[in-house]
Design a protein around this ligand. Structure first.
Ligand SMILES: Nc1ncnc2c1ncn2[C@@H]1O[C@H](COP(=O)(O)OP(=O)(O)OP(=O)(O)O)[C@@H](O)[C@H]1O
Length: 260
């Protein structure tokens, strides 16, 4: 079930992955509507990042299926998933440091006619026109994430929070239907946290679904009407953050990871 009456944009069933004999993700199923932001929480080592790697195609699943907007992506390569509308960000963003902020966003455009020698020779005018369209779009997106003033700066000068915003901009350039956000609050100073939360809300309001891994419970509470709690690869609980975090079994799995 999604948390909305809409049909799911993401439908994952029975996702399972082992490393050697260790089952890191064990029979996880998710339904996510386009209007939703779903949080994925759980202690360190619960399998959250592995789940993202499976959804994004960085790792193959051992079992289960993944559909995005009705299309079976279970065996699709990561690039094909991006083209189908599945975007992702990483815990530690790695922009091209010497390229400008604007160039970094431009590299994420999906319709890059000009990259092949063939199209550059055959259709130089179309390539130039597309380049101009991409620049306009990239600038609009930089404005949306409040980075316009830095468009000519090399990405190396950006702070941790600004790098997260740049990553969001790069993902948006690829026109996603769903974004997997891996710890957008990590390494971000409090001054930028509000802006990042606000922009994630705004992205979701555009009709883009969001799956959010986050340890920062303030961010979870402000963004996610619904969360799933993962523990030891399994889904332990699902519901409103303030409800699931009161459950004794959920408190236990968090405490197990704490020093005595
Ligand atoms: N490539 C791999 N090979 C072997 N074991 C792995 C591999 N990737 C992850 N694991 C193991 O799978 C388990 C789940 O790891 P994962 O990174 O998915 O957890 P997580 O919930 O994202 O944790 P964190 O909150 O610390 O990022 C861990 O025990 C980890 O050591």
């Amino acid at each position: 079930m999604t948390g909305s009456s809409q049909p799911p944009i993401l439908k994952a069933r029975g996702i399972t992955k082992s490393f050697g004999g260790f089952r890191a993700v064990n029979d996880i199923s998710l339904d996510l509507a386009a209007s939703e932001i779903l949080g994925v929480i759980g202690p360190n080592g619960a399998g959250k990042s592995t789940l993202f790697n499976l959804l994004a195609g960085a790792l193959p699943v051992d079992a289960g299926s993944i559909h995005l907007a009705g299309k079976d992506l279970t065996k699709a390569r990561p690039e094909a998933r991006i083209l189908s509308g599945l975007g992702r960000t990483f815990q530690i963003p790695r922009p091209f440091p010497r390229m400008t902020v604007l160039e970094n966003v431009m590299t994420a455009a999906q319709n890059q006619l000009g990259e092949g020698l063939f199209s550059a020779l055959i259709a130089p005018r179309q390539v130039a026109a597309q380049e101009r369209t991409n620049v306009v779009r990239a600038r609009d997106i930089l404005d949306f994430v409040s980075l316009s003033h830095l468009e000519d700066q090399p990405a190396a000068v950006l702070s941790g929070g600004q790098r997260k915003l740049l990553e969001l901009a790069r993902v948006l350039m690829a026109e996603p239907k769903l974004i997997l956000l891996d710890e957008p609050a990590a390494g971000v100073n409090p001054a930028l946290l509000d802006l990042i939360i606000d922009r994630i809300h705004a992205i979701n309001k555009l009709g883009i679904a969001i799956l959010l891994i986050e340890h920062n419970m303030e961010m979870i509470a402000r963004l996610c009407p619904r969360v799933i709690v993962m523990a030891a690869g399994k889904s332990l609980a699902e519901g409103a953050p303030e409800e699931v975090t009161r459950r004794a079994d959920v408190i236990d799995v968090y405490l197990e990871g704490m020093p005595a």
